[in-house]
Design a protein around this ligand. Structure first.
Ligand SMILES: Nc1ncnc2c1ncn2[C@@H]1O[C@H](COP(=O)(O)OP(=O)(O)OP(=O)(O)O)[C@@H](O)[C@H]1O
Length: 296
């Protein structure tokens, strides 16, 4: 029930608008009881065309967000809460099962955007990856040396990708994605691997990109990093949006929640989560860029 509502006029153009987006996956399972339960819970009509041994995984329940230029949005939550799914929806890697996601320009997800070809050399993959991000051949030639320097693969850049270790491949992927200055930058820290030396170099480039970007989304399990770097924090739990607001307040509530869970106080943890969710200001996206927020 709506207790109070307010209309927000969003100034200028938002960078990202998530409009009632939800994401569910159909997955094969060997748990016959789960399949039977799903059959009991769903209508015959909705099961037409589905494979019989599959169940639905709800990665993200309906969620709306408006992110403006200048915002640095941290996304926190336990394992499996939907953080990477939200990032993939924003980057366009996957389409929502329902709802829509709009972006003012192509979002760049550091580390995973480039789909590399194992039979091609690192050099050829740099060219392909950069072309795919919309760069011209001249721009690629001009940036090639700095890409190689960033990934530190001077000795193997002309060798086939299939001869790279997984760390080397992920460094190349990062360097390709980091070679353009995106307006919308997505960083999923869990996806970035590499040794300590690369860690320093990639962090410097990430800081640079963050400063230049219009808006940044950051997934990290380091709450310190999130508090330091973000102007707004979103807490997700089991696919539900729990909190969306001030970094210190949101991180504190999340820490209280996980602290209670760690002590085995599941009821207290659930209370913290439910109270946070009860005071969440829901965003509703209205036609023609008018956004309305109402307190649920
Ligand atoms: N491709 C997929 N197919 C089926 N289920 C998926 C897929 N990707 C994610 N899921 C499920 O969706 C839910 C959310 O996953 P997601 O990766 O978004 O969580 P996360 O918050 O990023 O987790 P983590 O902190 O462990 O990286 C999980 O239950 C996961 O099993």
């Amino acid at each position: 029930m709506v207790a109070a509502e307010q209309v927000l006029d969003v100034e200028g153009h938002p960078c990202v608008v998530v409009d009632r987006a939800a994401m569910e996956y159909r997955v094969v399972t060997t748990d016959s009881e789960a399949v039977a339960q799903e059959r009991r819970d769903t209508s015959f009509m909705s099961r037409i065309g589905r494979r019989p041994n599959t169940v639905t995984v709800r990665a993200l329940y309906e969620l709306s967000l408006v992110v403006e230029r200048g915002e640095s949005v941290g996304i926190i939550g336990r394992n499996g809460s939907g953080k990477s799914t939200l990032m993939k929806l924003i980057s366009g890697q996957v389409r929502p099962s329902s709802g829509a996601v709009f972006a003012s320009s192509t979002p760049i997800m550091l580390g995973v955007n480039a789909a590399l070809m194992p039979d091609l050399s690192g050099h050829q993959n740099v060219v392909l990856g950069c072309l795919a991000m919309g760069m011209s051949r001249q721009e690629i030639d001009a940036k090639f040396a700095s890409i190689v320097e960033l990934c530190g693969l001077e000795d193997s850049i002309y060798l086939p990708m299939k001869s790279y270790s997984s760390g080397m491949a992920s460094r190349l992927r990062f360097a390709i994605a980091a070679s353009i200055d995106p307006e919308i930058l997505l960083v999923d820290e869990a996806l970035n691997t590499g040794d300590a030396q690369f860690g320093d170099r990639s962090k410097r480039r990430m800081d640079q990109l963050r400063e230049q970007a219009g808006c940044v989304f950051l997934v990290s399990h380091s709450l310190d990093t999130i508090t330091k770097m973000c102007t707004r924090v979103i807490w997700l739990d089991k696919g539900h949006l729990i909190m969306d607001g001030d970094p210190s307040e949101t991180v504190k509530a999340y820490q209280d929640f996980t602290g209670q869970l760690a002590k085995g106080n599941n009821m207290s943890a659930a209370k913290i989560r439910d109270e946070a969710r009860a005071s969440l200001q829901m965003t509703e996206v209205l036609a023609r860029s008018k956004m309305r927020r109402s307190r649920a």
